[in-house]
Design a protein around this ligand. Structure first.
Ligand SMILES: Cc1cc2nc3c(=O)[nH]c(=O)nc-3n(C[C@H](O)[C@H](O)[C@H](O)COP(=O)(O)O)c2cc1C
Length: 197
């Protein structure tokens, strides 16, 4: 049977994680459309558990400061006034501030483990839907999970109640300055097994 290469299949294969972005901002209408497509992700009980906080323009300053302070608390960066340390902080801050949008995707925590997994799974589907939709708009994303997401003080500093909410990911967003090469994938036969009797 012939399968037409419809847009969604093309987007699934051609989407890449983008690490370098142009300065230009993605306008609010496009961001809303992208995340609207994201929200067509499956969701048990139609909970639609995803929430997004987008840090952009001057809103990035406090966000990036919170990240840097967290890196120092965690020990990823030294906490001193050594010129080497200050230079590193300066370049990391500039790198993060040059990214047009940082979107924190978060959801309400559930005490029940099964519910928690349901919420988290559907938020992950939301993220991938959004990445694919973004690709159709020529917008790139980088899905990141970094140690500061588990630092409760960061939540406090960026306006997210860490007791109530769990950060699922931080998406870096913008128009790609460079599209990385396709790394290819392992043939699915190596991962797939049919159990027929
Ligand atoms: C849950 C998750 C977390 C990720 N975290 C990072 C990250 O912190 N830094 C990064 O450079 N890439 C991160 N990635 C992106 C992967 O490195 C990327 O998807 C993989 O190399 C395949 O490249 P592609 O998306 O361009 O096909 C993450 C991806 C996932 C799904």
């Amino acid at each position: 049977m012939e399968v037409w290469e419809i847009d969604i299949l093309k987007a699934i294969k051609e989407r890449r994680s983008v690490h370098t972005f142009k300065e230009e901002l993605v306008n609010e209408t496009i961001l809303k459309e992208i995340f609207t497509y994201g929200s067509y992700a499956p969701s048990h009980y139609m909970k639609e558990s995803w929430n997004i906080k987008i840090y952009e323009k001057a809103g990035k300053n406090a966000f990036v400061d919170a990240i840097m302070k967290s890196y120092q608390r965690i020990g990823m960066i030294r906490d001193n006034n050594d010129p080497k340390t200050l230079k590193m902080i300066h370049s990391m801050k500039n790198f993060l501030l040059a990214i047009p949008h940082h979107a924190v995707v978060y959801f309400e925590k559930e005490d029940d483990q099964v519910r928690y997994e349901e919420e988290y799974s559907s938020v992950v589907a939301f993220i991938q839907n959004s990445q694919l939709a973004a690709w159709e708009y020529g917008v790139g994303m980088l899905w990141t999970i970094t140690p500061y997401m588990h630092d409760p003080q960061v939540g406090e500093e960026i306006g997210l109640d860490g007791k109530r909410f769990k950060m699922a990911a931080v998406m870096q967003i913008g128009y790609p300055a460079r599209i990385p090469r396709d790394k290819g994938r392992t043939p699915i036969e190596e991962k797939l097994e049919f159990v027929r009797e």
